[in-house]
Design a protein around this ligand. Structure first.
Ligand code: ARG
Length: 300
């Protein structure tokens, strides 16, 4: 409920004597991310509607685009750590699916599809070595792909990948309120393909990706939400990463960028077209390590 209260206080009350702009003031905070180098990225199977194994991947371009994303984060003042990809795990580049990390706790993942199962232990090992307390998962959950922390709560999806039972596990592991939502459009199989957390009280989303009940829940919780259209959702524009002010967003999502700008955020366009062949984008490549422990990371 804290988040709802903050939602209203984020936008300063305009004072006609001092206001120079109608835009709210957005405040950036420096973040800590984990990314996985796409050395072994490829599309060799199809587990979402974006993946076509017959369409070749340009491996040089993937690396260039991924490096550009990494440099974008560091240029914004964020700390980025890198885990190396493993052979035979072509989707491991999608680090958001590696865990859910809040404070010193990391809820490990358990993948829905066997093709990705091997990734779980690489991420759990990295996090353990970096000083996090890793909680093993019993139910299927695909990490931040389906669990998005916002303020003191977590928006958690089910429908295609994560099991509804994982929501209770998440609440128990993190001690946070978990809001369960249902995804209904197979193109938006993870919540991070259909919803962006912009700050502790603000979201952007594509309403049609959610069931009517979930849509109503989101509208009630986040009355100031930005609604994104289908064209921008279909370039995975909502698979974006915000630091509270700068929003790293798919370069192709031009209308969403304009909406962000109008709402006082600073869109930072990045092109990850090669990763889109795997059904992933900017957020998929980014696991946020919230309030990381101070232990030196082996993956840096
Ligand atoms: N090919 C991957 C899969 O279908 C893409 C994962 C994208 N990750 C994300 N956080 N949405 O599992």
């Amino acid at each position: 409920m804290t988040a709802e209260l903050t939602a209203r206080s984020t936008v300063p009350t305009s004072d006609p004597t001092t206001a120079t702009t109608a835009e709210p003031t957005r405040v950036a905070s420096s973040r800590h991310y984990l990314m996985c180098r796409p050395t072994h990225f490829d599309v060799t199977y199809a587990i979402n509607p974006w993946m076509h194994p017959d369409v070749p991947v340009d491996h040089d371009l993937v690396m260039t685009q991924w490096e550009n994303l990494r440099r974008t984060y560091t240029a914004l003042g964020h700390r980025v750590e890198v885990i190396e990809g493993a052979p035979g795990l072509p989707d491991m580049v999608f680090a958001a699916n590696g865990a859910t990390v809040v404070d010193d706790v990391a809820l490990a993942v358990r993948f829905h599809y066997p093709q990705r199962a091997g990734e779980a232990r690489h991420y759990a090992d990295w996090l353990r070595r970096s000083g996090y307390r890793v909680v093993e998962a019993m139910a299927v959950n695909e990490g931040e792909g389906d669990f998005l922390a916002i303020g003191d709560r977590v928006l958690a999806a089910t429908g295609f990948r994560s099991d509804p039972a994982s929501h209770a596990e998440l609440a128990a592991a993190l001690g946070r309120e978990v809001v369960s939502l249902e995804l209904v459009d197979p193109r938006f199989y993870h919540i991070d393909t259909a919803l962006t957390v912009l700050d502790d009280a603000t979201i952007a989303y594509f309403p049609a990706a959610f069931s009517p009940a979930s849509r109503a829940r989101l509208a009630a919780l986040y009355p100031g939400a930005i609604e994104v259209d289908e064209a921008d959702a279909c370039v995975l524009g909502l698979n974006a990463v915000s630091d509270g002010r700068h929003v790293v967003v798919a370069a192709q999502a031009t209308r969403f960028a304009a909406q962000l700008h109008a709402a006082g955020f600073t869109p930072v366009p990045v092109d990850l077209s090669e990763l889109l062949k795997g059904g992933g984008g900017i957020k998929c490549c980014t696991l946020e390590l919230r309030h990381a422990p101070t232990a030196t990371s082996p993956g840096a």
